[in-house]
Write a protein that binds this ligand. Structure first.
Ligand code: EPZ
Length: 430
């Protein structure tokens, strides 16, 4: 099994290109199921999750072809892919495909909208909490779908003539449920109003893509989305937005190592809350024409308390990385995780570096230590894994991160990017 070896103590410096966002690329790819015409997506990151979703889409009849590869900065540009689904060949998304990645459940929206039926296995994904799908199902029911659960599958049927626009309100902000109901509503009869919709930039990216395909959507970036159903969607060429979580991750790494890096292509407006927190730690954050520059604190890292929140708040997907940074702060900080109930699995692994962290329910208390020491650690989920890389970059001596397949799900060419900025990091085959 592949592992990553790194030797800490090098300040990151130089330029690091930000890839297309995994969490935008996945719903955009799924949206291609809504139309019989071609969707061309640019800046798709080369990730295990993208390859897994390709398999899922192919199972429904989508053909996926690379157009060309834009080598971009340092040969690290994203790929351009063409998605064509002239007809849906299967409305079933089987367990063995869906269980590997939670977002694959989202095909339920387009399948139901276009074919009026879907049979989709209940999802898997990172083990960060129970992660139910009740909001999705209630949302689709509001559009007229009949839903039953049978042996681990959700079986959904639209009324004769298709889904019907409706007004609905999610009880809690959900990124996935917003994606799914928005996609389904594009082809419904009449107008759908989603209240308490997620406002994450990835939702905006999907909405803009759907509009490019011919959908009628307003309220983007607000908690109230209005979708007027249309009969058919067409084709489009669309670009995946830069990954704000990758941006925040490398920003924390730069701060942690006292580095100075330009995150090329990053959009500061998509992670303002996290960048504001970084500034409070003493790091300098500057918007430049071609990205965001992070310079590590000139002095000790200051402790800052953080609570995860839906966008525009501090993202749960940066919680583990920020915790790694706080392990070296000159004081005590608290992190409250409000989105997922079991997203502190990195705590035990960070402790192997000598970090001092205690957890009480949803709150972690981190007492900064003077030094982290390299360790053998194990990746547990995608974002937790990269928090171990951040800790290793600042630790004294050698760190080995095991089970790195989690990292490959969401970080494109992590070792190459970090090595180009001066990190001592390599992938070991066994
Ligand atoms: C998306 O997951 C992201 N995944 C997650 O990133 C991210 O952590 C999460 O949003 C929150 O920002 C993708 O975009 C592919 P939710 P999602 O529905 O949509 C509860 C990563 O590392 N809930 O917004 O699954 C749920 O349990 C991943 O890239 C219900 O109770 O998250 C959670 O507490 C991990 N019932 C909260 O809502 C439902 O039907 C928010 O989850 C749906 C959700």
């Amino acid at each position: 099994m592949e592992r990553i070896r790194l030797v800490g103590g090098h300040a990151l410096s130089g330029e690091l290109p930000i890839s297309g966002a995994k969490n935008a690329a996945l719903p955009l790819m799924i949206a291609s199921l809504l139309t019989e015409e071609e969707l061309v997506l640019r800046n798709v990151p080369r990730l295990a999750d993208v390859r897994q979703l390709n398999l899922i889409l192919e199972n429904h009849g989508t053909s996926i072809e690379p157009v060309d590869s834009d080598p971009g900065f340092n040969g690290m540009g994203g790929q351009t892919l063409r998605f064509n689904t002239p007809s849906i060949t299967s409305t079933t998304a089987p367990y063995d495909l869906v269980s590997a990645m939670r977002a694959s459940f989202w095909v339920i929206g387009p399948l139901l909208a276009r074919e009026h039926e879907a049979k989709v296995s209940l999802p898997g994904g990172c083990a960060i909490g129970t992660r139910p799908v009740d909001f999705y199902l209630d949302g689709l029911r509001a559009l007229g779908a009949e839903i039953e659960l049978d042996e681990g599958y959700v079986i959904a049927r639209a009324p004769k003539g298709g889904l019907v626009g409706a007004k609905l309100r999610f009880p809690k902000v959900s990124v996935g449920a917003t994606h799914v109901v928005m996609m389904a509503a594009t082809l419904a009869n009449g107008t759908t109003i989603i209240e308490n919709a997620a406002q994450e930039p990835e939702i905006g990216n999907l909405a803009e893509c759907l509009i490019a395909l011919g959908a009628r959507i307003s309220g983007i970036g607000t908690p109230r989305l209005v979708i007027e159903g249309v009969e058919k969607l067409g084709g489009a060429t669309f670009e995946v937005l830069p990954d704000r979580i990758e941006t925040g991750t490398y920003a924390m790494a730069a701060a942690m190592t006292g580095g100075n890096i330009l995150l090329r292509g990053a959009r500061a407006e998509n992670l303002r809350a996290a960048l504001d927190v970084l500034e409070l730690t003493g790091a300098s954050v500057t918007d430049e024409d071609d990205g965001v520059r992070i310079i590590g604190p000139n002095g000790p890292i200051r402790p800052v308390d953080v609570e995860t929140q839906p966008f525009p708040g501090f993202p749960t997907d940066l919680q583990a990385q920020f915790m790694a940074l706080m392990t070296r702060s000159a004081g005590v900080s608290k992190i409250k995780e409000t989105i997922f109930e079991n997203r502190f699995m990195h705590v035990a692994e960070l402790a192997r570096f000598g970090a001092d962290i205690s957890v009480d329910g949803q709150v972690a208390t981190i007492r900064g230590v003077n030094e982290l020491r390299g360790a053998q650690v194990m990746a547990t989920d995608l974002r937790a894994s990269v928090s171990l890389i951040i800790a290793g970059l600042a630790a004294k001596g050698e760190t080995i991160v095991n089970r790195i397949y989690h990292l490959d799900r969401g970080f494109e060419r992590l070792e190459d990017k970090l090595r180009a900025c001066g990190a001592e990091i390599e992938r070991l085959d066994a």
